[in-house]
Design a protein around this ligand. Structure first.
Ligand code: SAM
Ligand code: SF4
Length: 395
């Protein structure tokens, strides 16, 4: 089957809570190596895609080049955001399936040196749940002194670790924060940890990781009335707020297009208090459309910017530069892809860097045009929600 394993194929089964499991892969035995395409005795067991050009970069069939790598370091999380996780959590990966620090360093090394990756973001699950996170950051920084290296986190527990992470060489932090109200936080994240998240944000700024980007998802009837207060707070604090449209990547499969608080509605919600005008800076492939923000009472004074990431209503798939590694070392070419390519199996079975790089190139060559399909259209007829949740992919 080449390097790409179909999640619809016979090797994959969906178990409870939507978490895909591939039987036998935990044992690392012969079956696992065959399924993962790992090197077999007497040959590489790997046939590169015949139509892929001989170019070292991560190209796809639609003319895009991936230069931005997201590495999920863990699938576990200390929150249970309704749009991402089920209330009871998931079937977590066993410890021995997670990429080790050394494996992450090797894969990032291949990505940067051989595949043209230019920036790396660590994510999860919740990366702060991983105790050796600062070691991962320090290792990557030692290997790549100039690499932009950032973290996406819910900031719960960041107060205790921000200084350590900054010292280890982290460049930037994105924090997900959907509300400033304790009761809404407890409803939305199903944990009463707003104070801890806010303390984490403060500590990150104090540790020099500013300017912070704050990501917020608006949910109808939950926090959609709070968009202006999030903007006011972020402007006061000097953080760059971005609203992200909710995507169908929740474990409960409760996403409905008609419930979406989309980009146009978000702009309308904000226009009650603010004047938004397009930011003249070039977007340059960035997923967020940025707006300059002024208060209605002082229209001429720009207070800062706000971004809107309209993955559903104004998709930017044509400009996508992402490649993703899941916590167990599988390449996902698209958030909505139903195909994954295992790199950990080959890595653990003695594959060379060149073999791993070729497998990664093939995975990206097979990247779908948009939203896991041949056209954008989340929630349209023909769209099939992937088994993996955002937390299990690495958002
Ligand atoms: N736990 C960390 C956090 O929350 O920042 C990192 C992982 S989380 C999966 C990464 C980002 O994905 C967060 O900004 C979160 O809001 C976003 N996210 C999760 N599920 C989403 C969904 N269904 N639609 C849109 N964004 C989602
Ligand atoms: Fe955890 Fe982040 Fe998902 Fe919330 S969005 S449940 S913090 S992984």
């Amino acid at each position: 089957m080449g390097a790409v394993e179909s999640m619809r194929g016979s090797t994959a089964t969906a178990v409870s809570l939507g978490m895909p499991r591939i039987p036998g892969r935990q044992d690392g035995g012969e079956d696992a190596r065959q399924r993962s395409g790992a090197p077999q005795p007497g040959g590489s067991g790997f046939t590169p895609a015949p139509d892929r050009p001989a170019d070292p970069r991560l190209l796809d069939r639609f003319g895009r080049t991936a230069t931005d790598l997201r590495v999920s370091v863990i699938d576990k999380c200390n929150l249970r955001c309704t749009y991402c996780m089920p209330a009871d959590g998931m079937v977590w990966l066993p410890q021995n399936r997670l990429l080790t620090t050394e494996e992450i360093r090797r894969l990032v090394g291949i990505a940067v040196r051989d595949l043209g990756v230019r920036e790396v973001r660590l994510t999860g699950g919740e990366p702060l749940v991983r105790k050796d996170l600062a070691d991962i950051v320090a290792g990557l920084r030692a290997d790549h002194p100039d690499l932009p290296l950032s973290l996406t986190t819910n900031a719960v527990g960041l107060a205790e670790r921000a200084a350590e992470l900054a010292a280890a060489g982290l460049t930037r932090i994105n924090v997900s924060l959907d509300t400033l109200r304790p009761d809404t936080f407890a409803t939305l994240a199903r944990r009463p940890f707003l104070d801890r998240a806010l303390a984490g944000i403060e500590a990150a700024a104090a540790a020099g990781l500013a300017p912070l980007k704050i990501n917020a998802v608006l949910l109808r009837g939950v926090n959609d009335d709070q968009a202006p207060e999030l903007v006011s707070w972020a402007l006061d604090q000097g953080h760059e707020l971005r609203f992200i449209e909710q995507m169908p990547l929740d474990a409960d499969h409760g996403w409905r297009r008609e419930n979406l608080v989309g980009a146009a509605e978000t702009r309308a919600l904000l226009s009650r208090d603010f004047i938004l005008s397009p930011d003249p800076r070039a977007r340059d492939g960035a997923p967020a459309e940025r707006f300059l923000v002024a208060a209605k009472s002082r229209p001429g004074v720009v207070l800062g910017t706000v971004g809107i990431i309209a993955s559903v209503t104004e998709p930017f798939c044509g400009d996508c530069r992402r490649t993703r590694l899941t916590a167990e070392g599988r390449v996902m070419s698209c958030l909505f892809s139903r195909e994954e390519t295992d790199l950990a199996g080959p890595l653990r079975s003695g594959a060379t860097d060149a073999e791993v790089a070729d497998r990664w190139r093939d995975a990206m060559w097979a990247k779908p045009r948009a939203h896991g399909m041949d056209r954008p259209g989340l929630g349209d007829a023909g769209f099939v929600q992937p088994d993996r949740t955002m937390s299990a992919i690495g958002g």
